[in-house]
Design a binder for this molecule. Structure first.
Ligand code: HEC
Ligand code: HEC
Ligand code: HEC
Length: 457
C-alpha cells in the first residue's frame, strides 16, 4: 500500500514537474519568431505561431529533456512527425515572410484555430502556457481574414463573403482573342494525333464538362489508359497540371498528350507538316505568330484557349450578393461543406487545384479498394519521395455534377458515394444521408455556363 501511495506521489510530482519546467523555459526562438514580416498584423500572427505551434509545425522545436524518456519520447516525436506532415509553417510562412500565405494554409489554420483543437490536449497538459488565449485566437483569425481580403477576394464579391474560403470565378480573363480562336481550332483538330482520329476534345469534350465521362480515356489505336481524364474547364486557375502535378503550366501540359504513346501517339515533327498545307489555318496562324508553327506557338495558342474556358455558376452569383441564386438547402449544403472541413482541401475559385493531398488521410483507401495500379502512386511518381505516395492534386469541384466518373481511378459515377468516401477517407467522419444530400445539392450549384449555354443540359 505504501508503495502504491509513493508511486502516486511520484507520478503527481512528475505531472507537475514537466509543465513547471516548460513554464520556465526561455521564450522560443525559431524561424517564425525571427521572420519579422513588415506587416504588423502578420508579425503578431507569426509571433503567436512561433510561440505556440512551432514545436510540432516546424523542425526547430526545442525538445524538452523528457523527450529522451522511452514512452513519452516516442509520443512526442510521433506528434511532431504527424504535425509536420499536416502543415509546415517553417517552409511556407517563415520561408517567405512577406509573400501571401496560400489559401490552403489559411483555411486549415482557420479551422484549427477556431475549433480550438490545436495545440492537441496531451501537449497542453504539459505546456500550460501553450493554450491560445481568446486574444491570440482573435489576432490569428484577424490576420487570416486580412490576408484573404487582400490577396484572394475576387472583384465583385459581396462584402459579407470576402472571407469565404470559396471565391467566385471572374466572368472572363483578358486574353488575346486571336490566339484564343486559333487555340480553339487546334484543340479540336484531329491532325494532332498519329492517325487523325483524336483531338484534345475527344477526351476533353466541352459538352461533357470538359471530360470524356469514361473511367479511363481511350487513346490512338483503342489503347485504354489507366487514369481518369480531368476537366479542362477553368484550368487557368490550376496551380499545376495532371493528377501528379508533373506539368507546371498549360503550355507545358499541351505538349504531353501529343507525344504520349497512350494518347495521341504523335510528335510535332509529324503533326506540323500535316497542318502546313491547310491554307486557311496556316494563314490565320502566321498572321498571329509570324514565326509559324512550332511546339511553342501551338501549345501557347491551345493554352490561351483553355484559359478562356471559364464557367461561372449559380453559386458565383450567390457569392456576388444575389441571395436567391441558390436555395436554402443548397446554402445549408455549403455550410456543411465548410463545417466538415471539405473546404480545407477544396478551396478557392476552383474548390481545389492548389495542393497535393493524400487519398486516404484517415483510412486506407487503397487497401480497401485493392488492385493497385501505377496511377495510384500519385505525386510519388514525380518526386520519388515516399511521403508523396498516394498524394494527388485536389481536383476542382466546378461542374462536378457532370464530370463523372470520379477520382483518379474513376471508380464511381455516384456523387453521393464520393461524398461518403471523402467523409470516411479524408475526414474520418460518417456523413449522414441528410447531410450528404445537402452537400450534393450544393455541389450542383457549381455547374456553370459556358459560351452563354448552361453545361450539362
Ligand atoms: C504537440 C504538437 C502540436 C502542436 C503544439 C500543434 N499542433 Fe497542429 N497538428 C499536430 C498534429 C499531430 C496534427 C495532425 C492531426 C491530424 O492529421 O489529424 C496537426 C495538424 C494541424 C493542422 C492541419 C489540420 C488539417 O486539416 O490537416 C493545422 C492547420 C494545425 N495543426 C495548426 C496548429 C496551430 C495553429 C497550432 C498552434 C496554435 C498547432 N497546430 C500546434 C500537432 C501539433
Ligand atoms: C486520349 C485521351 C486524351 C487526349 C487525346 C488528351 N487528353 Fe488531356 N488528359 C487526359 C488524361 C487521362 C489526363 C490526366 C492524366 C494524368 O493526370 O496523368 C489529362 C490531363 C489534361 C490536363 C490537366 C488538367 C488538370 O487539372 O490537371 C489538361 C489541361 C489537358 N489534359 C489538356 C489536353 C490538351 C490541350 C490536349 C490536346 C493537345 C489533351 N489534353 C489531349 C486525356 C486526354
Ligand atoms: C484532405 C483533403 C480533402 C478533404 C478534406 C476532402 N477532399 Fe475531396 N478530394 C481530395 C482529393 C485528393 C481528391 C482526389 C483523390 C483521387 O482521385 O485520388 C478528392 C476528390 C473529391 C471528389 C471527386 C472529384 C472528381 O472530379 O473526381 C469530390 C466530389 C470531393 N472530393 C468532394 C469532397 C467533399 C464533399 C468533401 C467533404 C465531405 C471532401 N471532398 C473533403 C481531397 C480532399
Amino acid at each position: 500500500m505504501k508503495n502504491v501511495i509513493r508511486f502516486v506521489i511520484v507520478l503527481a510530482l512528475l505531472a507537475l514537474l514537466f509543465p513547471l519546467y516548460n513554464q520556465f523555459r526561455s521564450a522560443p526562438v525559431n524561424s517564425l519568431t525571427l521572420a519579422k514580416p513588415a506587416d504588423p498584423l502578420r508579425a503578431k500572427a507569426f509571433a503567436i505561431l512561433g510561440a505556440k505551434c512551432a514545436d510540432c509545425h516546424t523542425l526547430e522545436g526545442a525538445l524538452p529533456f523528457y523527450a529522451a524518456l522511452p514512452v513519452i519520447g516516442k509520443l512526442i516525436k510521433g506528434d511532431i512527425q504527424d504535425g509536420l506532415k499536416a502543415i509546415n509553417y517553417q517552409t511556407t510562412l517563415a520561408a517567405a515572410p512577406d509573400q501571401p500565405a496560400g489559401e490552403v494554409l489559411l483555411v486549415k489554420t482557420e479551422k484549427e484555430v477556431s475549433s480550438g483543437d490545436m495545440p492537441p490536449l496531451p501537449y497542453l497538459a504539459l505546456h500550460w502556457e501553450a493554450r491560445l488565449s481568446a486574444g491570440e485566437k482573435a489576432t490569428l483569425l484577424d490576420w487570416i481574414h486580412a490576408e484573404r481580403a487582400k490577396h484572394y477576394a475576387t472583384a465583385g464579391i459581396a462584402p459579407q463573403f470576402q472571407n469565404e474560403p470559396i471565391q467566385p470565378l471572374p466572368e472572363k480573363l483578358e486574353l488575346d482573342a486571336r490566339k484564343v480562336a486559333l487555340g480553339s481550332k487546334l484543340f479540336h483538330d484531329k491532325r494532332l494525333s498519329k492517325d487523325n482520329t483524336l483531338s484534345c476534345a475527344s477526351c476533353h469534350d466541352l459538352a461533357k464538362g470538359g471530360t470524356d465521362q469514361a473511367q479511363y480515356s481511350t487513346g490512338v489505336g483503342q489503347k485504354l489508359g489507366g487514369i481518369n481524364s480531368p476537366t479542362v474547364f477553368n484550368s487557368a486557375f490550376q496551380s499545376v497540371m495532371f493528377w501528379d502535378g508533373r506539368a507546371p503550366t498549360l503550355e507545358a501540359q499541351a505538349d504531353g498528350p501529343v507525344n504520349n504513346p497512350g494518347e495521341m501517339a504523335s510528335n510535332w515533327q509529324e503533326t506540323i507538316p500535316k497542318l502546313q498545307p491547310d491554307a486557311e489555318l496556316t494563314a490565320a496562324f502566321n498572321a498571329v505568330y509570324p514565326q509559324g508553327y512550332s511546339k511553342e506557338t501551338i501549345t501557347e495558342a491551345i493554352a490561351m484557349f483553355e484559359r478562356s474556358l471559364l464557367t461561372p455558376a449559380r453559386f458565383d452569383r450567390f457569392l456576388r450578393g444575389q441571395a436567391d441564386a441558390i436555395t436554402a438547402d443548397e446554402r445549408h449544403g455549403y455550410e456543411l461543406f465548410k463545417q466538415y472541413g471539405c473546404a480545407c482541401c477544396h478551396v478557392g475559385k476552383l474548390l481545389g487545384g492548389q495542393s497535393y493531398e493524400p487519398l486516404g488521410r484517415t483510412a486506407d483507401y487503397f487497401a480497401d479498394r485493392g488492385k493497385p495500379t501505377p496511377a495510384d502512386d500519385g505525386r510519388f511518381s514525380v518526386t520519388k519521395n515516399e511521403g508523396d505516395r498516394h498524394k494527388f492534386k485536389v481536383p476542382t469541384l466546378r461542374n462536378v455534377a457532370i464530370t463523372f466518373p470520379y477520382l483518379h481511378d474513376g471508380m464511381t459515377s455516384d456523387l453521393k458515394q464520393v461524398v461518403q468516401l471523402m467523409g470516411k477517407y479524408q475526414l474520418g467522419e460518417s456523413i449522414s444521408a441528410a447531410d450528404n444530400a445537402s452537400i450534393v445539392a450544393f455541389l450542383h450549384t457549381l455547374t456553370g455556363v459556358y459560351d452563354g449555354k448552361p453545361l450539362g443540359k
